[in-house]
Design a binder for this molecule. Structure first.
Ligand SMILES: Cc1cc2nc3c(=O)[nH]c(=O)nc-3n(C[C@H](O)[C@H](O)[C@H](O)COP(=O)(O)OP(=O)(O)OC[C@H]3O[C@@H](n4cnc5c(N)ncnc54)[C@H](O)[C@@H]3O)c2cc1C
Length: 812
């Protein structure tokens, strides 16, 4: 065995083999894969081999599409048969809501270049006569669905990688990992040690255990999963003979069943409600090419439905049952990427659909390792989307919830309940007393909107306008006309201090740093000039700053900051998390409310827009910021947790005379639309540039910053696409606003996509933000349509914010 290698990949399942393949394809050939037994010995060998492109996250869907298309290439290159079958697939809707969901998936597929078609049940029956039409109302046909042989695929990846110089050591068990002081790794195995610059955890069923070798507790859990295989069926044989084709795959959402042809039989699997995690604390190391005892009683309700929906399968003899474990993250998407604060450690695990996703995971990770960037927007599977709150127990409850919802619709306004409430702030019970409907993000409960007194604080889930509509409207109007009050703790807050802080931040941020006592908005770019962060930066000393950003990125952004800290510097970067909490008071009367409570003059001449200063409110010392995301006169108040409850009561009392109203996150995100304010992970993502995103005001060329030369180059040609606001003419008979990811049509062609939108209550219009080609983004271009739930709705460009384009309200 080699004693050193640039990369050691731990795990010879389909994912580890794909990572190895993509590293060699990208030119890194001093790479080694270590497999404790034989290739595929974990969950890969017993996978059903099904693959499809459909995923709730369009970026993950794109990578699934890449994976499906890769198999022919590796089969040819390796000479290893991968047994590729591409008969297409049918997703069967049993309700109008599911049909809407499929229409939305189809619409998303349009700008991803996918070939999907909505078809009638008559057409579906012709394509797959095994189904019983009466249980369904319509179907989506996707031609990129099929199956492969997991053994063949894993070996094909490995052969291609070996041919380019990679080495694969089987029967080699990694027992420990040591991080050396120089940042490199010693990989300890039962066959000796390897010194490596990079280590990839592709440990599959043992990813948790591999993580623990370097002190990580990854949010991964294995679940038991059943499928059955029938005896050869006459119906299948006849169909093949008659049509010369294989039967297309079936996904039956109502039955929670998937089914496909395997030889002359049908393979039918289920995501049962009565699901069971496997090895919740530790995966046994002696589990090799093994299955679990099957438990037919547990899957009986789903099988019964499946047999009713596909009667011929119910009549067929069963050749075998398979019950095997495979891993999930809390939201069911993979955990990919570099580990924060652990240079050289990479994750490629929790891949629940290795045959659909393995190629995309390998490609993104290899790109990230070789080029410093995954090459695609992979936030949906970034390991950094979870924080410390994702413990073993949290993961257990979320994975079980996710497994049982595999074939259920999650509506855009739906808040899932498992693992909640977890993090709460001191005013949590106050908000509940005010009948808040709560949501959760990054483990923290936050108010979405406030239900009327005496009514149950529950939001009905829908693709259309929900029962929150009226109340969110009232909350928005209260802010715009009088004054609104809310919690603002669900932002990420960081503190940067120590000698060199200003110089360092300046090298990362596109905007000039603010003066002491002021706030500036800035972008943060990668060397290619793409947006990797967007922050408010408040300066409280020469070398002392607060940064405010997206809470969802509370691990993601620190990973970038920490990786860019100068060596041996005095700079301290702290994630403040819930040690700093927020309240916000917004609206024309907000100053009057707060002025009652502080001796500091809040007059604009003394405390102008974008000020950030230490003041006392009542007895509480706070950091007071004169800005809000609503776009009105307003304030954010940042405090230590012990003051938050006191301040809530104090401000609530002071607001009574102004008829102050509580507002939630739903009102906030629609109010920001009226001001054309973008938001992280929607409008601002690592696939867009600041010129595309309209962040010119945050670009200052008075300093050097990462990505500057890329921006300057782009300035010469102009951006290829632009972020624009549309006013949408929604269907008055069933009003539905955009939710994001809808295609934008122009003159019969899909030219862009929507990033976010909603109803702007105060202005009384439905708005949508999205990216379109720059040449179409010119004022005066007409003829746009946005496809909302299967309907192309007229949309017109809205070049200026619908509310207060000059910004006079904020500055008042
Ligand atoms: C019944 C069933 C049906 C399925 N059907 C499908 C399907 O139709 N389509 C689909 O896409 N997916 C399916 N899956 C899921 C699929 O099996 C997984 O997504 C896939 O196998 C994950 O691959 P992996 O490489 O991440 O993990 P694994 O296959 O578990 O590979 C991890 C490897 O790492 C090795 N390893 C771990 N720790 C160490 C160590 N310390 N030292 C050395 N080696 C180590 C293990 O021995 C193992 O070989 C199914 C799963 C089950 C259980």
């Amino acid at each position: 065995m080699k004693s050193s290698a640039r990369v050691v990949v731990i795990g010879g399942g389909v994912v580890g083999a794909s990572v190895l393949y993509h590293l060699t394809k990208g030119g890194w050939t001093d790479v080694v894969l270590l497999e404790r037994k034989q290739l595929t010995a974990g969950s890969t060998w017993h996978a059903a081999g099904g693959m499809h492109t459909l995923n709730g996250d369009p970026n993950v869907a794109r990578l699934q599409q890449y994976t499906v298309n890769l198999y022919k290439e590796i089969e040819k290159e390796s000479g290893q048969n991968c047994s590729i079958h591409l008969p297409g697939g049918l997703q069967l809707a049993d309700t109008p809501a599911r049909l809407d969901w499929l229409r939305m998936a189809q619409a998303r597929g349009r700008y991803l270049g996918m070939h999907m078609e909505m078809i009638s049940m008559k057409e579906a029956k012709e394509l797959n006569p095994l189904l019983e039409e009466k249980y369904f109302v319509g179907a989506l046909y996707d031609e990129d669905e099929g199956s492969v042989d997991p053994y063949g695929v894993t070996h094909a990846y490995a052969i291609c990688a070996r041919n380019r110089g990679a080495e694969v050591y089987t029967d080699t068990w990694v027992t420990d990992l040591h991080h050396r002081p120089d940042g490199t790794w010693t990989v300890i195995t039962d066959k000796g040690e390897i010194h490596a610059e990079h280590v990839v955890n592709a440990g599959g069923l043992w990813a948790r255990e591999v993580g623990r070798m370097c002190g990580l507790e990854l949010p991964v859990l294995a679940m038991e999963h059943h499928y059955l295989m029938t005896e050869p069926m006459d119906e299948v044989i006849e169909y093949n003979a008659k049509t010369g084709r294989e039967l297309p795959h079936l996904i039956d959402f109502a039955g929670e069943i998937y089914a496909r042809q395997e030889g002359q039989s049908i393979l039918l699997g289920t995501y049962e409600q009565e699901n069971r995690p496997w090895s919740t604390r530790e995966t046994p190391w002696d589990f090799v090419f093994q299955l679990l005892p099957h438990d037919l009683e547990r899957i009986a309700p789903e099988l019964e439905r499946g047999f009713a929906h596909f009667p011929a399968v119910g009549r067929a003899g069963i050749k075998k049952f398979v019950n095997g474990p495979f891993t999930f993250s809390p939201d069911g998407n993979p955990l990919v990427g570099p580990i924060k604060g652990m240079p050289g450690m990479w994750s490629a695990c929790a891949v629940m659909a290795g045959l659909s996703q393995g190629g995309g995971v390998g490609l993104s990770l290899a790109n990230w390792m070789i080029h410093g960037d995954p090459g695609a927007d992979i936030w949906g599977m970034d390991v950094a989307r979870y924080g410390d709150y994702a413990t073993l127990e949290y993961t257990n409850s979320k994975v079980r919830e996710n497994y049982s919802r595999r074939f259920r619709i999650t509506f855009p306004n739906e808040e899932l309940l498992a693992g909640r409430p977890l993090h709460t702030t001191p005013i949590y019970d106050r908000l509940l007393e005010h009948n808040a409907v709560m949501g959760a993000g990054f483990g923290l409960e936050h108010p979405l909107w406030f239900q009327d007194k005496g009514k149950e604080p529950v939001e009905e889930v829908t693709f259309y306008r929900s029962n929150a509509f009226t109340n969110v409207g009232e909350e928005s109007r209260a802010v715009r006309e009088r004054v609104g009050f809310s919690e603002a703790s669900n932002f990420a807050k960081y503190k940067v201090s120590g000698e060199g802080s200003a110089k360092w931040l300046s090298s990362l941020f596109t905007n000039s740093l603010p003066k002491i006592g002021r706030t500036a908005l800035t972008a943060m770019l990668n060397p290619d000039g793409k947006i990797v962060g967007e922050f408010s930066v408040s300066r409280i000393g020469d070398e002392e700053f607060f940064l405010f950003g997206s809470q969802a990125a509370e691990v993601h952004h620190p990973r970038w900051f920490i990786a860019h800290l100068p060596k041996d510097s005095q700079i301290r970067f702290e994630t403040l998390a819930l040690s700093m909490l927020g309240l916000t008071v917004a609206g024309p009367k907000s100053r009057d409310v707060l002025q009652k409570l502080t001796a500091t003059s809040l007059a604009t001449s003394d405390f102008p827009f974008m000020s950030f200063r230490r003041v006392n409110i009542g007895h509480a010392p706070v950091w007071l910021s004169r800005m809000t995301y609503t776009g009105d006169l307003g304030y954010e108040i940042w405090v230590a947790p012990e003051y938050q409850r006191y301040l809530f009561d104090l401000i609530w009392e002071a607001g009574r005379e102004f008829d102050m109203r509580l507002f939630g996150f739903r009102a906030l995100i629609t109010m920001r639309l009226e001001k054309n304010f973008g938001t992280w992970y929607r409008e601002y993502r690592p696939i867009y540039t600041p010129l595309e995103a309209g962040m010119e005001r945050s670009l200052k060329f008075d300093h050097e910053f990462i990505g500057r030369s890329a921006v300057e180059t782009e300035m010469k040609t102009g951006p290829a696409r632009k972020l624009v606001m549309f006013q949408v003419d929604v269907d008055p008979s069933a009003p539905a606003d955009v939710i994001g990811d809808e295609p934008v049509w122009h003159e019969g062609k899909v030219v862009g996509w929507i990033t976010s939108g909603g109803y702007a209550h105060y202005s009384g219009v439905s708005l949508a933000l999205g990216y379109i080609p720059a040449e179409l983004a010119k004022d005066g271009t007409t003829g746009f349509e946005i496809e909302i739930i299967g309907q192309r709705r007229p949309a017109k460009l809205q070049p200026e914010p619908v509310l207060d384009p000059s910004g006079s309200r904020m500055r008042a």
